[in-house]
Design a protein around this ligand. Structure first.
Ligand code: NAP
Length: 295
């Protein structure tokens, strides 16, 4: 299968590099051309002249863009060039509703669509250790699974289109709670004047251990929020989760962790920190203890 990748941000570039290593990658495209050119030079792959051109040159197209409207823009540009040889795999985090809409546009041209959001962070993308939550036709999933194994350690087919994104929403609610817990507990540890590297080491090894603590706490406590997952993207995900929760029941449903984290991220985004890693939440948690000391 000739694979094309559209969207070469942090995650897309890492997945493209692994597809290139496995010999599957054929073309790449990115809105900001300079990023595509610099990756192309590093992995020795040609940049497609346009989105439709990439579709003409590839049969499996993997997309990784920021949000729902961005995916819709890409799909609109792809559709005229699609036919029944094409399989589109969207790894962006968007709503299940958007995935279903994109899938129906693609199906109108006889092509196939899988929603396939990922988890595992930038580290998972770089090391081909992502997990993929997949919705769409089982036959299409079976066809592409060998290719997906070159970018991920686990691929789970959850059901019809949109079920991958529904599962990703579960993941994102949990990630919000974990960020709240880790950043608050580490600010507490700092206020207690404990050796923070020792705290991370011992707590990571016990029942409260988790990926975020292991991979983000050491940089967080050094006020380094550069790498990883932009908090404006997690904010986008949590607004999707809120909408999905509201659609489940007739009565107004509010998920406390989602609502609290949205408020916290909005505060940080107002301070211009939207492009920082989600661990920047630590800065708000630290303020709880500064206020206490000043009393
Ligand atoms: P990123 O580094 O900000 O990259 C975003 C990519 O989307 C860039 O290539 C950007 O192009 C492209 N893009 C945005 N709007 C576009 C549009 N309208 N048309 C064409 N291209 C557009 O973000 P990321 O961290 O790679 O995340 C990408 C997706 O994966 C998001 O949905 C995110 O929620 C999800 N995700 C991220 C992580 C993580 O840890 N980072 C983990 C799991 C899932 P330009 O270069 O031109 O801006």
């Amino acid at each position: 299968m000739k694979v094309g990748v559209i969207g070469l941000g942090a995650m897309g570039a890492a997945m493209a590099s692994n597809l290139a290593k496995a010999g599957y990658l054929h073309r790449i495209w990115n809105r900001t051309e300079s990023k595509a050119k610099s990756l192309a030079a590093r992995i020795n792959i040609d940049v497609a002249d346009s989105v439709p051109k990439l579709a003409e040159e590839c049969d499996l197209i993997l997309i990784c863009v920021s949000a729902d409207k961005d995916l819709c823009e890409i799909i609109e540009r792809l559709v005229p060039a699609l036919n029944n040889k094409h399989i589109i795999i969207d790894t962006s985090t968007v709503s299940a509703e958007t995935a279903i809409h994109a899938s129906s546009l693609v199906a109108n041209k006889g092509a196939h669509f899988l929603d396939a959001p990922v988890s595992g962070g930038l580290e998972g993308a770089k090391n081909a250790q992502l997990v993929m939550m997949i919705g769409g036709e089982a036959d299409t999933f079976n066809k592409v699974q060998p290719t997906l194994k070159t970018i991920s350690k686990k691929q789970i087919h959850l059901g019809t289109t949109g079920s991958g994104q529904a599962c990703k929403a579960v993941n994102q609610i949990m990630a919000a709670g974990i960020n709240q817990a880790v950043s608050e507990a580490m600010a507490f540890a700092q206020a207690m004047k404990l050796d923070l590297d020792q705290v991370i080491d011992v707590v990571s090894s016990g029942a409260a251990g988790n990926w975020f603590l292991q991979n983000r706490a050491a940089t967080m406590v050094r006020n380094n929020f550069e790498s990883g997952f932009k908090l404006e993207l997690h904010h986008k995900d949590l607004t999707i989760c809120r909408k999905m929760a509201e659609s489940i029941t007739a009565v107004e449903t509010r998920l406390p962790i989602v609502e609290m984290t949205l408020i916290h991220y909005q505060r940080l985004m107002k301070q211009g920190l939207g492009e920082k890693d989600i661990s920047a939440l630590f800065q708000l948690k630290q303020k709880l203890f500064v206020a206490k000391e000043a009393d």
